[in-house]
Unconditional design. Sequence first.
Length: 544
Amino acid sequence: MLRNTRRLPLISICIIVFFLMQSHIVFAVSNPKVALVLGGGAARGFSHIGLIQAFEENGVPIDMLVGTSMGSVVSGLYAAGYSVENMKEIATQLNVASLIDILIPPKGGFINTARLEQYLDVLLHHKTFAELDIPFYSVITELATGEELALNQGKVSTGIQASMSIPALFPAVSINDVYYVDGGMKNAVPVNTASNFGADVIIGVDVKKELKSINYNSVLNNLQLAMWFMIDGYVELNTAEADVIIIPDVKFDSYMDYQKAEMFIEEGYLAGIKYMEQIKTAILAHDPDFEFVPYQQQGYSQECLEKIITKAEKTALNTKRPFSVTPQIQLSDDCALKLGLKLSHGPLSWFNLGYRYGFSAAEGGHEVFFGWSKPAVGQGELFVRKLNMNEKLNVGIKLEFPLIKNTRFQGSYQLNGTYKWRVSIVNNAVLKQKNFQLGSAAALVKKINADTEPIYLNLSGRIKLYLTDEFFSLMEITLARPYIYGQVDLESLLSKWEPNTSYQAGLGTNFRLFGMYPFDVNIGMIRNVDTTLNWKFSVFKEEF
Protein backbone atom coordinates (compact mmCIF):
# COMPACT_ATOMS: atom_id res chain seq x y z
CA MET A 1 0.00 0.00 0.00
CA LEU A 2 2.85 2.32 0.79
CA ARG A 3 4.43 1.71 -2.63
CA ASN A 4 1.13 2.48 -4.44
CA THR A 5 0.68 5.57 -2.34
CA ARG A 6 4.13 6.81 -3.35
CA ARG A 7 3.26 6.34 -7.04
CA LEU A 8 0.22 8.62 -6.92
CA PRO A 9 2.17 11.89 -7.06
CA LEU A 10 4.18 10.56 -10.00
CA ILE A 11 1.00 9.63 -11.88
CA SER A 12 -0.50 13.01 -11.09
CA ILE A 13 2.59 14.78 -12.39
CA CYS A 14 2.43 12.80 -15.64
CA ILE A 15 -1.21 13.70 -16.10
CA ILE A 16 -0.48 17.37 -15.49
CA VAL A 17 2.44 17.34 -17.93
CA PHE A 18 0.26 15.62 -20.55
CA PHE A 19 -2.46 18.28 -20.31
CA LEU A 20 0.11 21.07 -20.41
CA MET A 21 1.50 19.59 -23.61
CA GLN A 22 -2.01 19.41 -25.09
CA SER A 23 -2.72 22.99 -24.15
CA HIS A 24 0.57 24.03 -25.76
CA ILE A 25 -0.51 22.28 -28.94
CA VAL A 26 -3.85 24.11 -28.90
CA PHE A 27 -2.11 27.45 -28.52
CA ALA A 28 0.26 26.61 -31.34
CA VAL A 29 -2.51 25.94 -33.86
CA SER A 30 -4.83 28.74 -32.68
CA ASN A 31 -3.36 31.71 -34.56
CA PRO A 32 -4.38 35.25 -33.61
CA LYS A 33 -7.30 36.60 -35.66
CA VAL A 34 -5.99 39.48 -37.78
CA ALA A 35 -8.43 42.14 -38.94
CA LEU A 36 -7.73 44.64 -41.72
CA VAL A 37 -9.81 47.81 -41.43
CA LEU A 38 -9.95 49.87 -44.64
CA GLY A 39 -11.05 53.47 -44.30
CA GLY A 40 -12.96 55.69 -46.72
CA GLY A 41 -11.38 58.06 -49.19
CA ALA A 42 -13.05 57.76 -52.64
CA ALA A 43 -10.33 57.38 -55.32
CA ARG A 44 -7.60 57.55 -52.68
CA GLY A 45 -9.01 54.28 -51.35
CA PHE A 46 -7.48 52.45 -54.33
CA SER A 47 -4.35 52.44 -52.17
CA HIS A 48 -5.95 49.60 -50.19
CA ILE A 49 -5.29 47.26 -53.13
CA GLY A 50 -1.54 47.83 -52.94
CA LEU A 51 -1.63 47.41 -49.18
CA ILE A 52 -3.23 43.97 -49.49
CA GLN A 53 -0.48 43.01 -51.95
CA ALA A 54 2.12 43.91 -49.30
CA PHE A 55 0.26 41.74 -46.77
CA GLU A 56 0.28 38.74 -49.12
CA GLU A 57 3.95 39.07 -50.05
CA ASN A 58 4.96 39.25 -46.39
CA GLY A 59 2.71 36.44 -45.17
CA VAL A 60 0.43 38.61 -43.03
CA PRO A 61 -2.98 36.88 -42.83
CA ILE A 62 -6.31 38.64 -43.29
CA ASP A 63 -8.92 36.84 -41.17
CA MET A 64 -11.48 39.64 -41.08
CA LEU A 65 -12.22 42.67 -43.26
CA VAL A 66 -13.98 45.83 -42.15
CA GLY A 67 -14.54 48.69 -44.59
CA THR A 68 -16.24 51.98 -45.11
CA SER A 69 -16.84 53.81 -48.39
CA MET A 70 -14.09 52.84 -50.90
CA GLY A 71 -12.67 50.61 -48.16
CA SER A 72 -15.92 48.63 -48.40
CA VAL A 73 -15.54 48.24 -52.16
CA VAL A 74 -12.02 46.81 -51.91
CA SER A 75 -12.91 44.68 -48.86
CA GLY A 76 -15.97 43.25 -50.59
CA LEU A 77 -14.08 42.32 -53.76
CA TYR A 78 -11.23 40.67 -51.86
CA ALA A 79 -13.61 38.84 -49.51
CA ALA A 80 -15.47 37.56 -52.60
CA GLY A 81 -12.30 35.94 -53.94
CA TYR A 82 -10.77 38.52 -56.30
CA SER A 83 -6.98 38.60 -56.42
CA VAL A 84 -4.85 41.72 -56.11
CA GLU A 85 -4.16 41.58 -59.85
CA ASN A 86 -7.90 41.27 -60.54
CA MET A 87 -8.63 44.34 -58.44
CA LYS A 88 -5.85 46.31 -60.14
CA GLU A 89 -7.43 45.49 -63.50
CA ILE A 90 -10.89 46.56 -62.33
CA ALA A 91 -9.61 49.80 -60.77
CA THR A 92 -7.46 50.93 -63.69
CA GLN A 93 -10.01 50.03 -66.38
CA LEU A 94 -13.07 51.34 -64.54
CA ASN A 95 -15.10 53.86 -66.56
CA VAL A 96 -17.01 55.56 -63.76
CA ALA A 97 -18.77 57.93 -66.19
CA SER A 98 -20.61 55.01 -67.83
CA LEU A 99 -21.99 53.89 -64.45
CA ILE A 100 -23.56 57.11 -63.15
CA ASP A 101 -26.12 59.73 -64.16
CA ILE A 102 -26.41 63.36 -63.17
CA LEU A 103 -29.92 63.72 -61.73
CA ILE A 104 -31.87 66.77 -62.91
CA PRO A 105 -33.83 67.53 -60.85
CA PRO A 106 -31.87 65.96 -57.94
CA LYS A 107 -33.61 63.14 -56.10
CA GLY A 108 -31.90 62.42 -52.81
CA GLY A 109 -28.59 63.33 -54.44
CA PHE A 110 -27.08 64.77 -57.61
CA ILE A 111 -25.82 61.41 -58.89
CA ASN A 112 -27.90 58.32 -59.56
CA THR A 113 -25.92 55.17 -58.75
CA ALA A 114 -28.39 52.44 -59.76
CA ARG A 115 -26.13 51.32 -62.59
CA LEU A 116 -23.08 51.30 -60.32
CA GLU A 117 -24.85 49.03 -57.83
CA GLN A 118 -25.81 46.62 -60.64
CA TYR A 119 -22.20 46.63 -61.83
CA LEU A 120 -20.95 45.74 -58.34
CA ASP A 121 -23.65 43.11 -57.86
CA VAL A 122 -22.58 41.24 -61.01
CA LEU A 123 -18.89 41.53 -60.07
CA LEU A 124 -19.76 39.98 -56.71
CA HIS A 125 -21.85 37.22 -58.38
CA HIS A 126 -24.92 38.43 -56.41
CA LYS A 127 -23.34 37.07 -53.21
CA THR A 128 -24.62 37.67 -49.71
CA PHE A 129 -22.30 38.36 -46.80
CA ALA A 130 -22.74 34.77 -45.61
CA GLU A 131 -21.31 33.48 -48.91
CA LEU A 132 -18.03 35.40 -48.75
CA ASP A 133 -14.68 33.65 -48.32
CA ILE A 134 -13.53 36.07 -45.59
CA PRO A 135 -15.83 37.61 -42.93
CA PHE A 136 -16.59 41.18 -43.98
CA TYR A 137 -18.40 44.03 -42.23
CA SER A 138 -19.53 47.06 -44.25
CA VAL A 139 -19.93 50.07 -41.96
CA ILE A 140 -22.84 52.37 -42.78
CA THR A 141 -24.60 55.29 -41.08
CA GLU A 142 -28.35 55.56 -40.48
CA LEU A 143 -29.35 58.87 -42.00
CA ALA A 144 -32.15 59.72 -39.54
CA THR A 145 -30.27 59.00 -36.30
CA GLY A 146 -26.56 59.08 -37.18
CA GLU A 147 -26.08 55.65 -35.64
CA GLU A 148 -23.47 53.42 -37.25
CA LEU A 149 -24.15 49.84 -38.28
CA ALA A 150 -21.65 47.13 -39.19
CA LEU A 151 -23.65 45.32 -41.86
CA ASN A 152 -22.93 41.61 -42.23
CA GLN A 153 -26.08 40.22 -43.82
CA GLY A 154 -28.03 40.55 -47.05
CA LYS A 155 -26.56 41.40 -50.46
CA VAL A 156 -22.97 42.57 -50.37
CA SER A 157 -23.49 45.05 -53.22
CA THR A 158 -26.27 46.82 -51.27
CA GLY A 159 -24.06 47.11 -48.20
CA ILE A 160 -21.20 48.51 -50.26
CA GLN A 161 -23.50 50.96 -52.04
CA ALA A 162 -24.80 52.27 -48.73
CA SER A 163 -21.30 52.53 -47.28
CA MET A 164 -20.14 54.79 -50.14
CA SER A 165 -23.26 56.96 -50.48
CA ILE A 166 -21.93 60.43 -49.66
CA PRO A 167 -24.93 62.51 -48.49
CA ALA A 168 -26.31 64.98 -51.08
CA LEU A 169 -23.97 63.60 -53.75
CA PHE A 170 -25.48 60.08 -53.79
CA PRO A 171 -29.02 59.13 -52.71
CA ALA A 172 -29.41 57.28 -49.41
CA VAL A 173 -29.83 53.50 -49.70
CA SER A 174 -32.87 51.75 -48.24
CA ILE A 175 -32.21 48.54 -46.28
CA ASN A 176 -35.27 47.05 -44.60
CA ASP A 177 -37.06 50.40 -44.97
CA VAL A 178 -34.29 52.25 -43.13
CA TYR A 179 -32.12 54.73 -45.06
CA TYR A 180 -28.35 54.62 -44.78
CA VAL A 181 -25.44 56.70 -46.09
CA ASP A 182 -21.65 56.66 -46.14
CA GLY A 183 -20.15 55.02 -43.05
CA GLY A 184 -17.36 57.58 -43.11
CA MET A 185 -19.76 60.25 -41.86
CA LYS A 186 -19.57 58.64 -38.42
CA ASN A 187 -16.71 56.16 -38.62
CA ALA A 188 -14.13 56.70 -41.34
CA VAL A 189 -11.73 54.03 -39.96
CA PRO A 190 -13.98 51.59 -38.04
CA VAL A 191 -11.39 49.82 -35.89
CA ASN A 192 -13.92 49.51 -33.07
CA THR A 193 -16.03 47.23 -35.28
CA ALA A 194 -13.16 44.75 -35.65
CA SER A 195 -12.63 44.83 -31.89
CA ASN A 196 -16.33 44.24 -31.21
CA PHE A 197 -16.30 41.14 -33.40
CA GLY A 198 -13.35 39.46 -31.74
CA ALA A 199 -10.24 40.43 -33.68
CA ASP A 200 -6.97 39.87 -31.81
CA VAL A 201 -4.74 42.04 -34.00
CA ILE A 202 -6.22 45.10 -35.75
CA ILE A 203 -4.53 47.03 -38.55
CA GLY A 204 -6.37 50.17 -39.63
CA VAL A 205 -5.77 52.21 -42.78
CA ASP A 206 -6.50 55.94 -42.86
CA VAL A 207 -6.34 57.69 -46.25
CA LYS A 208 -7.21 61.08 -44.79
CA LYS A 209 -6.98 64.25 -46.84
CA GLU A 210 -4.99 67.39 -46.02
CA LEU A 211 -4.70 70.80 -47.69
CA LYS A 212 -1.33 72.03 -48.97
CA SER A 213 -2.40 75.57 -48.18
CA ILE A 214 -5.38 77.07 -46.41
CA ASN A 215 -7.32 80.11 -47.55
CA TYR A 216 -9.31 81.22 -44.53
CA ASN A 217 -11.31 83.60 -46.71
CA SER A 218 -12.63 80.64 -48.71
CA VAL A 219 -16.04 79.45 -47.55
CA LEU A 220 -15.41 76.02 -49.10
CA ASN A 221 -11.98 75.67 -47.44
CA ASN A 222 -13.48 76.52 -44.07
CA LEU A 223 -16.32 74.05 -44.60
CA GLN A 224 -13.85 71.32 -45.60
CA LEU A 225 -11.72 71.89 -42.53
CA ALA A 226 -14.75 71.90 -40.23
CA MET A 227 -15.98 68.59 -41.64
CA TRP A 228 -12.53 67.02 -41.50
CA PHE A 229 -11.83 67.84 -37.86
CA MET A 230 -15.26 66.49 -36.89
CA ILE A 231 -14.59 63.26 -38.81
CA ASP A 232 -11.02 63.07 -37.42
CA GLY A 233 -12.48 63.28 -33.93
CA TYR A 234 -14.48 60.12 -34.60
CA VAL A 235 -11.41 58.50 -36.16
CA GLU A 236 -9.28 59.19 -33.08
CA LEU A 237 -11.99 57.79 -30.80
CA ASN A 238 -12.74 54.69 -32.88
CA THR A 239 -9.12 53.74 -33.63
CA ALA A 240 -7.94 53.69 -30.01
CA GLU A 241 -7.86 49.88 -30.00
CA ALA A 242 -5.83 49.53 -33.21
CA ASP A 243 -2.46 47.80 -32.99
CA VAL A 244 -1.22 49.65 -36.09
CA ILE A 245 -2.64 52.60 -38.06
CA ILE A 246 -1.27 52.89 -41.60
CA ILE A 247 -1.38 56.25 -43.38
CA PRO A 248 -0.47 56.02 -47.10
CA ASP A 249 1.31 59.04 -48.55
CA VAL A 250 -1.69 60.39 -50.47
CA LYS A 251 -2.70 63.18 -48.12
CA PHE A 252 -2.57 65.95 -50.78
CA ASP A 253 -4.18 64.04 -53.65
CA SER A 254 -7.79 64.66 -54.62
CA TYR A 255 -10.56 62.33 -53.52
CA MET A 256 -11.93 62.54 -57.05
CA ASP A 257 -8.87 61.61 -59.12
CA TYR A 258 -9.98 58.15 -60.26
CA GLN A 259 -7.56 58.41 -63.22
CA LYS A 260 -4.62 58.03 -60.82
CA ALA A 261 -5.57 54.53 -59.68
CA GLU A 262 -2.14 53.08 -60.47
CA MET A 263 -0.38 55.74 -58.39
CA PHE A 264 -2.72 55.23 -55.43
CA ILE A 265 -2.20 51.44 -55.58
CA GLU A 266 1.58 51.89 -55.59
CA GLU A 267 1.44 54.27 -52.60
CA GLY A 268 -0.66 51.72 -50.71
CA TYR A 269 1.93 49.03 -51.38
CA LEU A 270 4.80 51.27 -50.21
CA ALA A 271 2.87 52.13 -47.05
CA GLY A 272 2.37 48.43 -46.33
CA ILE A 273 6.10 47.78 -46.63
CA LYS A 274 6.89 50.81 -44.46
CA TYR A 275 4.66 49.60 -41.60
CA MET A 276 5.39 45.87 -42.02
CA GLU A 277 7.72 45.52 -39.02
CA GLN A 278 5.12 47.11 -36.75
CA ILE A 279 2.45 44.76 -38.12
CA LYS A 280 4.58 41.66 -37.60
CA THR A 281 5.55 42.81 -34.11
CA ALA A 282 1.86 43.16 -33.19
CA ILE A 283 1.12 39.62 -34.40
CA LEU A 284 4.17 38.11 -32.68
CA ALA A 285 3.09 39.74 -29.42
CA HIS A 286 0.06 37.40 -29.54
CA ASP A 287 1.95 34.38 -30.88
CA PRO A 288 5.76 34.43 -30.70
CA ASP A 289 5.94 31.30 -32.85
CA PHE A 290 3.82 32.65 -35.71
CA GLU A 291 5.33 31.96 -39.14
CA PHE A 292 4.82 34.52 -41.90
CA VAL A 293 4.39 32.44 -45.04
CA PRO A 294 3.83 34.44 -48.27
CA TYR A 295 0.62 33.59 -50.13
CA GLN A 296 -1.46 34.83 -53.03
CA GLN A 297 -5.24 34.75 -53.40
CA GLN A 298 -5.81 32.98 -56.71
CA GLY A 299 -8.69 35.07 -58.06
CA TYR A 300 -9.80 34.73 -61.68
CA SER A 301 -7.87 34.19 -64.88
CA GLN A 302 -7.57 37.14 -67.27
CA GLU A 303 -10.03 35.56 -69.70
CA CYS A 304 -12.58 34.85 -66.98
CA LEU A 305 -12.18 38.32 -65.47
CA GLU A 306 -12.81 39.97 -68.84
CA LYS A 307 -16.04 37.99 -69.22
CA ILE A 308 -17.19 39.01 -65.73
CA ILE A 309 -16.40 42.69 -66.33
CA THR A 310 -18.12 42.64 -69.74
CA LYS A 311 -21.23 41.08 -68.21
CA ALA A 312 -21.20 43.61 -65.35
CA GLU A 313 -20.89 46.56 -67.75
CA LYS A 314 -23.66 45.24 -70.00
CA THR A 315 -25.98 44.68 -67.05
CA ALA A 316 -25.25 48.17 -65.74
CA LEU A 317 -25.91 49.84 -69.09
CA ASN A 318 -29.24 48.02 -69.41
CA THR A 319 -30.40 49.22 -66.00
CA LYS A 320 -33.35 51.61 -66.16
CA ARG A 321 -32.46 55.21 -65.44
CA PRO A 322 -34.70 57.66 -63.54
CA PHE A 323 -36.85 60.20 -65.37
CA SER A 324 -35.00 63.46 -65.89
CA VAL A 325 -35.68 66.95 -67.25
CA THR A 326 -32.47 68.34 -68.73
CA PRO A 327 -31.92 71.93 -69.89
CA GLN A 328 -30.69 72.22 -73.49
CA ILE A 329 -28.09 74.89 -74.23
CA GLN A 330 -26.43 74.78 -77.63
CA LEU A 331 -24.16 77.19 -79.47
CA SER A 332 -23.29 76.80 -83.15
CA ASP A 333 -19.99 77.82 -84.75
CA ASP A 334 -21.27 81.35 -85.36
CA CYS A 335 -22.30 81.57 -81.70
CA ALA A 336 -26.02 81.26 -82.49
CA LEU A 337 -27.82 80.23 -79.33
CA LYS A 338 -30.41 77.47 -78.85
CA LEU A 339 -32.30 76.97 -75.60
CA GLY A 340 -34.74 74.26 -74.59
CA LEU A 341 -35.61 71.24 -72.45
CA LYS A 342 -35.20 67.49 -72.94
CA LEU A 343 -37.28 64.77 -71.24
CA SER A 344 -35.57 61.41 -70.97
CA HIS A 345 -35.30 58.04 -69.18
CA GLY A 346 -37.90 56.75 -66.72
CA PRO A 347 -41.01 55.65 -68.67
CA LEU A 348 -39.32 56.86 -71.89
CA SER A 349 -36.65 54.17 -71.45
CA TRP A 350 -33.92 54.76 -74.07
CA PHE A 351 -35.97 57.47 -75.83
CA ASN A 352 -36.10 61.21 -75.27
CA LEU A 353 -38.09 64.17 -76.55
CA GLY A 354 -38.01 67.89 -76.14
CA TYR A 355 -38.16 71.43 -77.47
CA ARG A 356 -35.51 73.97 -78.52
CA TYR A 357 -35.62 77.50 -79.85
CA GLY A 358 -32.78 78.84 -81.99
CA PHE A 359 -31.96 82.52 -82.40
CA SER A 360 -30.09 82.44 -85.74
CA ALA A 361 -31.60 83.15 -89.16
CA ALA A 362 -30.18 80.08 -90.92
CA GLU A 363 -30.74 77.39 -88.26
CA GLY A 364 -33.02 79.12 -85.78
CA GLY A 365 -36.71 78.94 -84.97
CA HIS A 366 -38.99 76.62 -83.05
CA GLU A 367 -37.82 73.00 -82.97
CA VAL A 368 -39.22 69.80 -81.52
CA PHE A 369 -37.22 66.59 -81.46
CA PHE A 370 -37.60 62.91 -80.67
CA GLY A 371 -34.46 60.91 -79.97
CA TRP A 372 -32.96 57.64 -78.87
CA SER A 373 -29.73 57.11 -76.95
CA LYS A 374 -28.06 54.05 -75.48
CA PRO A 375 -24.56 54.12 -73.96
CA ALA A 376 -21.88 52.30 -75.99
CA VAL A 377 -24.45 51.60 -78.74
CA GLY A 378 -25.36 54.94 -80.29
CA GLN A 379 -27.84 57.75 -80.46
CA GLY A 380 -30.20 59.29 -82.98
CA GLU A 381 -32.60 62.19 -83.32
CA LEU A 382 -35.52 63.15 -85.54
CA PHE A 383 -36.32 66.87 -85.53
CA VAL A 384 -38.86 69.26 -87.02
CA ARG A 385 -37.80 72.90 -87.17
CA LYS A 386 -39.68 75.98 -88.37
CA LEU A 387 -36.99 78.16 -89.89
CA ASN A 388 -36.92 81.85 -89.06
CA MET A 389 -35.48 82.96 -92.41
CA ASN A 390 -38.28 81.77 -94.69
CA GLU A 391 -40.96 80.17 -92.50
CA LYS A 392 -40.24 76.77 -94.07
CA LEU A 393 -40.31 73.53 -92.16
CA ASN A 394 -37.02 71.70 -91.92
CA VAL A 395 -37.31 67.99 -91.11
CA GLY A 396 -34.15 66.03 -90.46
CA ILE A 397 -32.52 63.06 -88.82
CA LYS A 398 -29.17 62.67 -87.03
CA LEU A 399 -27.32 59.46 -86.15
CA GLU A 400 -24.15 58.76 -84.21
CA PHE A 401 -22.54 55.52 -83.05
CA PRO A 402 -19.06 54.31 -82.08
CA LEU A 403 -16.94 52.26 -84.48
CA ILE A 404 -13.60 51.42 -82.87
CA LYS A 405 -11.72 52.96 -79.96
CA ASN A 406 -11.97 56.78 -80.00
CA THR A 407 -13.69 56.67 -83.42
CA ARG A 408 -17.36 57.33 -84.17
CA PHE A 409 -19.64 57.68 -87.18
CA GLN A 410 -21.95 60.67 -87.59
CA GLY A 411 -24.63 61.09 -90.22
CA SER A 412 -27.45 63.55 -90.83
CA TYR A 413 -30.08 64.36 -93.45
CA GLN A 414 -32.45 67.33 -93.72
CA LEU A 415 -34.96 68.73 -96.21
CA ASN A 416 -34.23 72.44 -95.78
CA GLY A 417 -31.08 73.80 -94.23
CA THR A 418 -27.47 74.67 -94.96
CA TYR A 419 -26.85 71.18 -96.36
CA LYS A 420 -28.82 68.19 -97.68
CA TRP A 421 -26.88 65.38 -96.06
CA ARG A 422 -23.60 64.88 -94.25
CA VAL A 423 -21.66 61.75 -93.21
CA SER A 424 -18.43 61.85 -91.24
CA ILE A 425 -15.89 59.76 -89.35
CA VAL A 426 -14.46 61.44 -86.25
CA ASN A 427 -11.52 60.35 -84.11
CA ASN A 428 -10.70 62.69 -81.25
CA ALA A 429 -7.49 60.88 -80.31
CA VAL A 430 -5.63 59.55 -83.35
CA LEU A 431 -2.48 60.21 -81.36
CA LYS A 432 -2.56 60.75 -77.62
CA GLN A 433 0.46 61.48 -75.45
CA LYS A 434 0.86 62.85 -71.95
CA ASN A 435 0.68 66.53 -72.88
CA PHE A 436 -0.95 66.62 -76.28
CA GLN A 437 -3.73 65.00 -78.28
CA LEU A 438 -4.23 64.91 -82.03
CA GLY A 439 -7.70 64.39 -83.51
CA SER A 440 -9.10 64.29 -87.02
CA ALA A 441 -12.35 64.11 -88.96
CA ALA A 442 -13.38 63.44 -92.54
CA ALA A 443 -16.82 64.29 -93.94
CA LEU A 444 -18.77 64.12 -97.19
CA VAL A 445 -21.34 66.89 -97.55
CA LYS A 446 -24.10 67.57 -100.09
CA LYS A 447 -25.04 71.24 -99.86
CA ILE A 448 -28.61 72.30 -100.58
CA ASN A 449 -27.55 75.42 -102.46
CA ALA A 450 -25.37 73.34 -104.75
CA ASP A 451 -27.76 70.76 -106.23
CA THR A 452 -25.95 70.78 -109.55
CA GLU A 453 -22.51 70.51 -107.97
CA PRO A 454 -20.69 67.32 -106.92
CA ILE A 455 -20.25 66.34 -103.32
CA TYR A 456 -17.90 68.26 -101.05
CA LEU A 457 -15.12 66.71 -98.96
CA ASN A 458 -14.27 68.24 -95.58
CA LEU A 459 -11.09 67.31 -93.71
CA SER A 460 -10.22 68.55 -90.22
CA GLY A 461 -7.27 68.21 -87.90
CA ARG A 462 -7.13 69.42 -84.30
CA ILE A 463 -4.32 69.45 -81.78
CA LYS A 464 -4.72 70.00 -78.05
CA LEU A 465 -1.71 71.08 -75.99
CA TYR A 466 -2.36 70.56 -72.29
CA LEU A 467 -1.05 73.22 -69.91
CA THR A 468 -0.76 70.87 -66.91
CA ASP A 469 0.62 67.35 -66.61
CA GLU A 470 -2.53 66.08 -64.96
CA PHE A 471 -5.95 67.13 -63.73
CA PHE A 472 -6.06 69.43 -60.71
CA SER A 473 -8.87 69.78 -58.20
CA LEU A 474 -11.16 72.80 -58.09
CA MET A 475 -12.43 72.95 -54.50
CA GLU A 476 -13.01 69.16 -54.48
CA ILE A 477 -16.03 69.68 -56.75
CA THR A 478 -14.51 69.02 -60.14
CA LEU A 479 -11.19 68.17 -61.76
CA ALA A 480 -9.88 70.39 -64.52
CA ARG A 481 -7.14 70.19 -67.13
CA PRO A 482 -6.78 73.31 -69.33
CA TYR A 483 -5.43 73.27 -72.86
CA ILE A 484 -4.86 75.44 -75.92
CA TYR A 485 -6.02 74.12 -79.26
CA GLY A 486 -5.58 74.76 -82.93
CA GLN A 487 -7.64 73.42 -85.84
CA VAL A 488 -7.35 73.42 -89.61
CA ASP A 489 -10.37 72.70 -91.84
CA LEU A 490 -10.12 71.97 -95.56
CA GLU A 491 -13.13 71.98 -97.89
CA SER A 492 -12.99 70.98 -101.55
CA LEU A 493 -15.11 69.50 -104.30
CA LEU A 494 -14.72 65.75 -104.15
CA SER A 495 -14.12 65.59 -107.91
CA LYS A 496 -11.49 68.33 -107.99
CA TRP A 497 -9.04 68.99 -105.17
CA GLU A 498 -9.01 72.77 -104.77
CA PRO A 499 -9.32 73.19 -101.03
CA ASN A 500 -10.49 76.27 -99.19
CA THR A 501 -8.91 76.57 -95.78
CA SER A 502 -10.21 77.92 -92.48
CA TYR A 503 -8.48 78.07 -89.13
CA GLN A 504 -9.46 78.23 -85.52
CA ALA A 505 -7.63 78.50 -82.22
CA GLY A 506 -8.59 78.99 -78.62
CA LEU A 507 -8.59 77.82 -75.04
CA GLY A 508 -10.43 74.94 -73.45
CA THR A 509 -10.64 72.72 -70.39
CA ASN A 510 -11.44 69.09 -69.81
CA PHE A 511 -13.59 68.77 -66.69
CA ARG A 512 -14.56 65.78 -64.58
CA LEU A 513 -17.50 66.75 -62.40
CA PHE A 514 -17.06 65.08 -58.99
CA GLY A 515 -14.17 63.26 -60.67
CA MET A 516 -16.59 61.03 -62.54
CA TYR A 517 -18.63 62.90 -65.16
CA PRO A 518 -16.49 64.14 -68.10
CA PHE A 519 -17.26 67.15 -70.25
CA ASP A 520 -15.34 69.71 -72.28
CA VAL A 521 -15.62 73.49 -72.56
CA ASN A 522 -13.74 75.56 -75.12
CA ILE A 523 -13.84 78.99 -76.68
CA GLY A 524 -11.94 80.29 -79.67
CA MET A 525 -11.88 82.24 -82.92
CA ILE A 526 -12.55 80.92 -86.42
CA ARG A 527 -10.99 82.51 -89.49
CA ASN A 528 -13.12 81.46 -92.46
CA VAL A 529 -12.21 81.24 -96.14
CA ASP A 530 -13.74 84.67 -96.74
CA THR A 531 -11.32 86.08 -94.09
CA THR A 532 -14.13 86.84 -91.64
CA LEU A 533 -13.60 86.16 -87.94
CA ASN A 534 -16.21 84.45 -85.77
CA TRP A 535 -16.32 83.35 -82.17
CA LYS A 536 -16.83 79.70 -81.32
CA PHE A 537 -17.98 78.37 -77.96
CA SER A 538 -18.90 74.77 -77.18
CA VAL A 539 -19.80 72.58 -74.21
CA PHE A 540 -20.15 68.86 -74.71
CA LYS A 541 -19.92 65.54 -72.92
CA GLU A 542 -16.75 63.75 -73.90
CA GLU A 543 -18.28 60.32 -74.46
CA PHE A 544 -21.61 58.46 -74.63
